[in-house]
Design a protein around this ligand. Sequence first.
Ligand code: ATP
Ligand code: MG
Length: 138
Amino acid sequence: MTERTLAIIKPDAVERHLAGTIIQRIEGEGFQIRAMRRLHLSKTQAEGFYAVHRERPFFASLTEFMSSGPVIVLVLEAPDAIKKWRTLMGATDPAKADAGTMRKEFAQSIERNATHGSDAPDTAAYEMGYFFAGVELV
Ligand code: ATP
Ligand code: MG
């Protein structure tokens, strides 16, 4: 089933000029890029995006990091896109990520881990709507 997911190239990867390489991998794996934008999140916007994690001990540090520099947000489309993108990203902690995954290759730590991907259909819908208007996603 064709599905859409939200991906983010995080500030650590944008800062190190890895966006082009990551986008090339995304296209090489067969995803269609349905929408894309570069933006610099405010702390409040990062907190809104990661609201599900607000009770976690790393919330303050995570939202500080996510608002520390520009990110690139993308809507990716493919059969089974949510799982497919998370598999390509690899485990949250790069030390546990499989060889060839984005996080194994590009992450610097469990926090500065290069990319984000939605984890389920309901979070994908919320996250795509957080960054893109419906009219941009037809
Ligand atoms: P993402 O939601 O960014 O795709 P994920 O689903 O693999 O990552 P989550 O558990 O949703 O992981 O955590 C969200 C983000 O919070 C992680 O990608 C990472 O940047 C940061 N994070 C997660 N766990 C930790 C931790 N123990 N210490 C510091 N930062 C963490
Ligand atoms: Mg997550």
